[in-house]
Design a protein around this ligand. Structure first.
Ligand code: HEC
Length: 123
């Protein structure tokens, strides 16, 4: 019996440890509409991932995190880059081809993703 308890405890430990290596779990359940946004957004955001990370959390301080930021803030930034009100040698060309619908989708998508533990913004 004691041996069985030990094995159970060891299995729990392995399960916890394994959990640490997974991407951060969403902090809540997503509605069907949000799940649709996540699916469409992740397809549209594939090019963004190269710099901003696969889930909007960048591994390089040069690139701001996008996950968990407000959709309004993200869409304002993207619109400003696209329209030339905000200029950046790397980011402006990324935003140039975006339609209003792209910006709405991408902003909602990144806003839904779990934020990084520490925020990195361009400001
Ligand atoms: C080649 C690298 C690269 C790619 C690809 C890229 N970005 Fe960026 N992005 C940057 C950099 C660098 C900045 C910071 C620019 C600055 O300081 O103004 C930035 C800034 C931003 C910001 C402003 C964040 C803030 O804190 O104000 C948003 C929003 C953003 N990117 C969204 C996107 C989206 C959406 C895509 C995909 C369509 C994308 N980026 C693709 C490099 C990239």
């Amino acid at each position: 019996m004691r041996k069985a308890m030990f094995i159970f405890a060891a299995m729990l430990l392995v399960a916890c440890d394994n959990n640490m290596t997974q991407p951060p779990a969403p902090s809540r359940d997503y509605t069907p509409a949000e799940q649709q946004t996540l699916a469409a957004g992740s397809a549209r955001a594939r090019t963004c991932a190269a710099c901003h990370g696969p889930r909007g959390i960048s591994r390089n301080a040069m690139y701001p995190h996008l996950a968990g930021r407000s959709a309004n803030e993200l869409s304002a930034a993207l619109t400003a880059y696209r329209d030339g009100e905000r200029k950046h040698a790397i980011m402006s060309p990324q935003a140039r081809g975006l339609t209003d619908d792209d910006i709405t989708l991408l902003s909602k998508y990144f806003a839904l993703l779990p934020a990084a533990a520490t925020a990195t913004t361009a400001e």
